[in-house]
Design a protein around this ligand. Structure first.
Ligand SMILES: [Zn+2]
Ligand SMILES: [Zn+2]
Length: 291
């Protein structure tokens, strides 16, 4: 089984178009995992931030075949669902898209997605989309999505936020997607006392970890409790869990391309000091990684 990971949006919180962010991109969280193996081809989409719009266009341009895909949502903050109404395959009656994610408190995922497309804020209601959609709730634990075995773990982030670990059912590389997560001590989240140990075990040995690196170490003093991590903490986690490659993700909206260059080179220096085997990858729109 071969897998290909593609980033369609790597920005956090809000889209940031403009000349100062053109190299790394301004679209928010969206990553795809294409798998090709004996069970055929499959596509899993991780998050539906504004990066899902260019993904939809690329899918439509690449093939006239109807789209069958799974969409896993980490949580329903705007930057992870806001592109959903602009996903072109939704407007093709031959598309079949299965959406997976957690409820928020007592509010079902489908209700959150429906209200995002309420007629007072968007012209096309969810139930009038042409595609066939299904929405399935997931909880921390194990379940299957398409040709993948998936494990989900609660993150330290406001709301019910999950990270996902995906491994092809027939064997192959593991990818962990953890876009929003506070590794530092700040904040008050609904996780148990063994959380850090559980997190390291959850990530251990993954071929690729996509992790929140919204802040610098200096900024963490001010933003402790906001539900995000520094690149320093992300590198330390990757080293502790023995992952092969770390993609730094969910860039702060204010971070320019030049400032991101500095952040990434600092992260690479720290990784090299750690053990030399961890590859730190700068998350940018259009990045493709074959596993
Ligand atoms: Zn976010
Ligand atoms: Zn969030």
């Amino acid at each position: 089984m071969t897998c290909r990971v593609t980033l369609w949006g790597a920005r956090g919180s809000i889209p940031t178009p403009g000349p100062l962010t053109a190299r790394y991109g301004g679209n928010t969280s969206c990553v795809t995992l294409h798998a090709d193996g004996p069970e055929g081809r499959s596509l899993v989409i991780l998050d539906a931030g504004t990066g899902i719009r260019p993904l939809g266009r690329a899918l439509v341009e690449a093939s006239q075949e109807p789209l069958v895909a799974d969409l896993l949502i980490s949580h329903t903050h705007w930057d992870h669902i806001q592109g959903l109404p602009f996903f072109a395959p939704f407007y093709d009656e031959r598309s079949h898209i299965r959406i997976w994610g957690a409820r928020q408190g007592q509010v079902p995922l489908e209700q959150i997605l429906r209200e995002q497309m309420n007629p007072v804020v968007f012209p096309v209601p969810l139930h009038q989309l042409d595609a066939t959609l299904s929405v399935t709730h997931v909880e921390p634990g194990s379940f299957g999505v398409g040709t993948f075995d998936v494990r989900a773990l609660r993150m330290r982030h406001p709301g019910n936020t999950l990270a996902y670990r995906l491994t092809p059912r027939t064997g192959g590389p593991s990818v962990v997607f953890a876009p929003d997560n506070e590794l530092g001590p700040g904040g008050n989240y609904d996780v148990g006392p063994t959380w850090r140990r559980d997190l390291v075990a959850f990530i251990a040995g993954a071929d690729l970890l996509v992790h929140d690196a919204m802040f610098t170490a200096d900024e963490m003093d001010r933003y402790s409790g906001w539900g995000h991590s520094s690149h320093v903490e992300a590198v330390a986690l990757a080293l502790e869990a023995g992952v092969r490659r770390l993609v730094l993700f969910h860039h702060r909206p204010e971070r320019t391309d030049d400032a991101l260059d500095e952040l990434f080179s600092d992260a690479r220096m720290r990784a090299a000091r750690g053990n030399g085997n961890l590859e730190v990858i700068a998350g940018f729109e259009g990045l493709e990684i074959s596993l």
